[in-house]
Design a protein around this ligand. Structure first.
Ligand code: SD4
Length: 337
């Protein structure tokens, strides 16, 4: 959904949203300092599984992931196929086909995926291939490597049957041409203007997987890579503990190794909500932090199926599909003015 429209709709009606502290409400009894998230202590039969969460308002993507899980697919299949929905959607200008280009007009994709065994795969600066997340999965499953970049990633994709196509759509080209009139590059994320999808799923067996895919920051420098394909920054999964994905200004996420940090905080006993809040506080409490100029948001899930979400600024949201309900939750946030 167009972010400006989303904000307008929300401000006017709140329709379709669960507002305020509802995400915290998912964790009404955040377990402090329990080790309940460690392996062997969770009784899967008591959890409401399967479960899917994703960054932003991506109900079509979470619905696809849930369909995969309900038909017996595992968490890895679910996050891949869920993310593919956004990659193929040319209306999403931050992911896959239709993603906004760098300042020279190149659409370059970053993506990664991680499974329950801690295996991971990633592609950076991938061009001309819509389904970057699937290429990342191939890197994980069919190569001895974790990351492939640029032309090598593209050649690997082509040799595995992915088709080359022009990812610059008419509307993203037009937006780029309009931008070129002034060519003003501000390394600032407009908090209304990003929809990178990060997705986490727990399947019926209680196993966790995650994926993240993006075209990165619009009008970035050529060659720029963000957090989204970097394991531990844009995404981290530990099947004994939980998982986390990030969105927003990737540079700030990388500097704090954000997703790994959230999972490690959950390992120490924090709830997903508490862990996301602590990871945001590491960013905003840096000396001289200019956090007012950029957005970062995290979503997380633990082995008990508790979820959390937190961002620097208002209007970050999480989509959650559980118990037959596919809902968008407005995230709590740090900067309350
Ligand atoms: C990046 N984290 O490339 C991504 C951008 C993003 O919503 O999340 N946009 O820095």
């Amino acid at each position: 959904m167009n972010r400006r429209k989303f904000i307008k709709n929300t401000a006017l009606t709140g329709a379709g949203l669960t507002l305020g502290n509802s995400i915290i409400g998912c964790n009404q009894n955040p377990s402090k300092n329990t080790n309940a998230t460690t392996a062997g202590t969770v009784d899967n039969s008591k959890l409401s599984l399967p479960l899917v969460i994703a960054t932003w308002d991506v109900k079509n993507a979470t619905a696809k992931a849930m369909e995969v899980l309900q038909s017996g697919g595992n968490a890895l299949d679910a996050v891949e196929q869920g993310c593919m929905v956004e990659e193929a959607d040319i209306k999403n200008s931050s992911v896959g086909k239709g993603g906004l280009p760098d300042r020279d007009g190149n659409v370059t994709l970053d993506a990664c995926i991680m499974d329950k065994h801690g295996n991971c795969g990633s592609v950076v600066y991938l061009q001309d291939i819509t389904h970057a997340v699937s290429v990342a999965r191939k890197v994980m499953e069919d190569t001895p490597h974790v990351m492939l970049a640029g032309e090598g990633a593209k050649q690997f994709a082509l040799s595995n049957g992915f088709e080359a196509e022009d990812l610059l759509t008419e509307s993203s080209k037009k937006a780029w041409e309009d931008w070129k009139v002034k060519s003003e590059y501000k390394p600032i994320i407009n908090i209304e203007n990003h929809d990178t999808i990060g997705m986490l799923a727990i399947d019926k067996n209680g196993d966790i997987a995650g994926a993240c895919t993006t075209s990165g920051l619009a009008y970035k420098m050529q060659g720029r890579v963000g957090d989204s394909p970097i394991i531990g920054s844009g995404l981290f999964i530990d099947n004994e503990i939980g998982g986390c994905v990030a969105t927003g200004l990737g540079e700030e996420v990388v500097k704090t190794v954000g997703s790994f940090l959230v999972v490690e905080l959950m390992r120490q006993g924090k709830s997903p909500q508490q862990a996301c809040e602590e990871a945001i506080s590491r960013i905003v409490n840096k000396p001289n932090s200019n956090y007012k100029d950029f957005q970062v948001g995290y979503i997380a899930v633990n082995k008990k199926g508790e979820t959390g979400s937190y961002s620097i600024h208002q209007w970050f949201s999480m989509t959650k599909f559980q118990d037959g309900k596919n809902e968008q939750f407005q995230s709590d946030f740090y900067n309350k003015g």
